[in-house]
Structure formats: C-alpha cells, structure tokens
Design a protein around this ligand. Structure first.
Ligand SMILES: NC(=O)c1ccc[n+]([C@@H]2O[C@H](COP(=O)([O-])OP(=O)(O)OC[C@H]3O[C@@H](n4cnc5c(N)ncnc54)[C@H](O)[C@@H]3O)[C@@H](O)[C@H]2O)c1
Length: 300
C-alpha cells in the first residue's frame, strides 16, 4: 500500500508516532526516517520494526533514526540534510511530535508556557512542514509501476497530527488547544498551496488515546536525546530534562473519556491505521481534511 520514503517525527516509545512507524513498516514502506527527542525510546521503535522485518526476505528495508528536538530549526536542518543524502526523496511525512499543555487557563499561564507548547506543537511542526514541502515540490514523481489509476498519482503526502482539542475547547488548555487549531489552519492552507504540485496535506485529530501523554504509567523514565547525536536540539532537550519542570501533572481523564459516546480511549494503532490510509493513494481525493477520530467526543 505504501512504497517509498517516509519521515515520522515523535516516533519513539509506545505512543501514536511509534504506532504510525510500525504501521508504515507493515504497509510495505521500506525506507523509514524516524526521529524523536528521546534517544532510548526511538531506539525501541527501531528495534521493534527491525524485529518484525527480520522475518521478511526484503533486503531493501532501511531505517535512518536520528534523535533530536524538532523545536530547534538547526536540528531540523540537519535532519533533512541527512535524509536527503541518505534517500534523496521524501514520499510521506507524518508530523507527530508534540507535547501536552500546562493545565492552566490563560490568566495563570506564562509566556514561557506559551513558547514551550507552541515551540513544538506549532512552530516546530511548521518548520518540519516547510522542509517537507520544499523537498516534495522539487522531486520527481515516484517511479512506481503499481499505480492502477494515473489520476491518483501523488508527488508526496503529509499528515499533521492535530487533536480533537484543535476542534473543540476544554478547561485549562487554551495554549494546547490553540496550538492544535493552528495545525488545522496550517494544514488547510498548505493543502491549497501544495495542490498544484500533486502533494496532499491532511491532519488527523485524535480524541483521547492511551499513550504516555494520557497515562503517566506509560511515560519513559529515560532522558531525551543526548548531545552527542541530537545536534542543536540536544541543548533544549537537556535543559528540559534538567529543569525538573513537568508540563503534565497526574490526570484523571474519566470525565473527559465519558464525553465520547464510545466511552473509551482510542489506541495508538487505531490512529495509525487512519494515517496510513490518509498517506496512501487510496486517499487520493482527500485534501486539507482534519480527520477526527475520537469515539464521537466532538459530536456529543
Ligand atoms: N494521546 C492523546 O490523547 C492525543 C490526543 C490528540 C492528539 N495527540 C497528539 O498526538 C501526538 C503524539 O502524542 P502521544 O499521545 O503519542 O504522546 P507521546 O508522548 O507518546 O508521543 C510524543 C512523542 O513526541 C516526542 N517529542 C516531544 N517533544 C519533542 C520535540 N520537541 N522534538 C522531538 N520529539 C518530541 C516525545 O519524546 C514522544 O515520543 C502529539 O502531537 C499529541 O499532541 C495525542
């Protein structure tokens, strides 16, 4: 279903980005560029995929794993430079790296909170999108022979991970909600500008999904990427690890989960399956969409 080169940010651990990475590998994508600020959890994802690939006879399978902080433009520059020299093209990009909010209303939030959340969720995602679009726009069509219908052919596809909280609000989350609304707005405008180049840009808006972001028990104990390989991004990562400031306190999400008629959390795999579909040529007429997958939260 997917062939070519895919970039996934926020690919470490057991959250949505890791599930998307596994789903791409399972769907036939043989060249993966995976990045996350947490070097250890990124390595876990790499090992899981390599283990799954070990039973296949495909010698084309390759992973380029580069830890680093996507809120640092110099890290993103070096990531794309490595991606270009290794694979020369980019067929799919999934911008998934994100952080949760500061659990406070605007009147109790600081400029530091604003900059930190938007620095990853909006500014960092925007800069990755910019590099992805620049690269996709310049590249040739993929050399594929398995496309049945020429009209469905695409030069590239981008999926931005927004949130149901980009569509609706909730208490104590104005900065996070606005960062995700910004991602939806960016997706729509990029989709308009990218259409003449046969590049599709869509967003997925997950509801509450069982990941380290919503369950502190799942959160990694290991530190983010270290300075030896994370480029300029490591500075921020280490500063955060050392500051002891945790943007995400203990959460009881029971009330929020029960707003959704399905009254359960989603799984990372349920979101990953939609992202694979949106990325593929099966979704060739889906452009600029903000695809909600939330157990019905936003309709209730
Ligand atoms: N879990 C949910 O309920 C939910 C709901 C809606 C949207 N989302 C979004 O889904 C995405 C994935 O979240 P998740 O729930 O899987 O949580 P997660 O914490 O498991 O995944 C986020 C990943 O991004 C990485 N990351 C964070 N900041 C980074 C940075 N500056 N540079 C590089 N990597 C960074 C983390 O190390 C982590 O591996 C996020 O964008 C989140 O906002 C999650």
């Amino acid at each position: 279903m997917l062939s070519g080169v895919a970039l996934i940010t926020g690919a470490g651990g057991c959250g949505i980005g890791a599930a998307i990475s596994r789903a791409f590998a399972k769907s036939g994508c043989t060249k993966l560029v995976l990045t996350d600020m947490n070097r250890d959890t990124l390595q876990q994802t790499v090992q899981t995929i390599q283990h799954a690939w070990a039973s296949s006879s495909n010698s084309q399978n390759e992973i380029l794993a580069i830890p680093g902080d996507i809120s640092s433009p110099s890290f993103v520059d070096s990531l794309f430079s490595d991606l270009k020299s290794k694979f020369g093209r980019l067929d799919y990009a999934v911008n998934c790296a994100g952080i949760s909010g500061n659990n406070a209303p605007t009147f109790n939030s600081t400029m530091e909170d604003f900059d930190k959340i938007n620095g990853v969720n909006y500014r960092g995602l925007w800069y990755c999108s910019k590099k992805e679009l620049e690269m996709m726009k310049q590249q040739d069509w993929p050399s594929r022979t398995d496309i049945v219908d020429e009209i469905r052919r695409q030069r590239g596809s981008i999926v931005n991970v927004a949130s149901q909280l980009g569509v609706v609000g909730r208490p104590d989350a104005p900065i996070y909600c606005a960062s995700k609304s910004a991602v939806i707005g960016l997706t729509r405008c990029d989709a308009i500008d990218a259409s003449p180049y046969n590049i599709r840009v869509n967003a997925i808006c997950p509801g509450i999904v069982h990941t380290p972001m919503t369950d502190n028990e799942l959160r990694p104990s290991s530190a983010p990427a270290d300075s030896t390989s994370a480029g300029a991004g490591a500075e921020n990562a280490e500063a955060e690890a050392g500051s002891g400031k945790d943007m995400q306190g203990p959460m009881d999400l029971t009330t929020a989960v029960n707003i959704a008629p399905m009254r359960r959390m989603g799984t990372p795999d349920e979101i990953a399956d939609i992202v694979v579909f949106l990325s593929s040529e099966k979704a060739s007429f889906v452009q600029g969409a903000a695809w909600v997958a939330d157990g019905g939260y936003t309709i209730n």
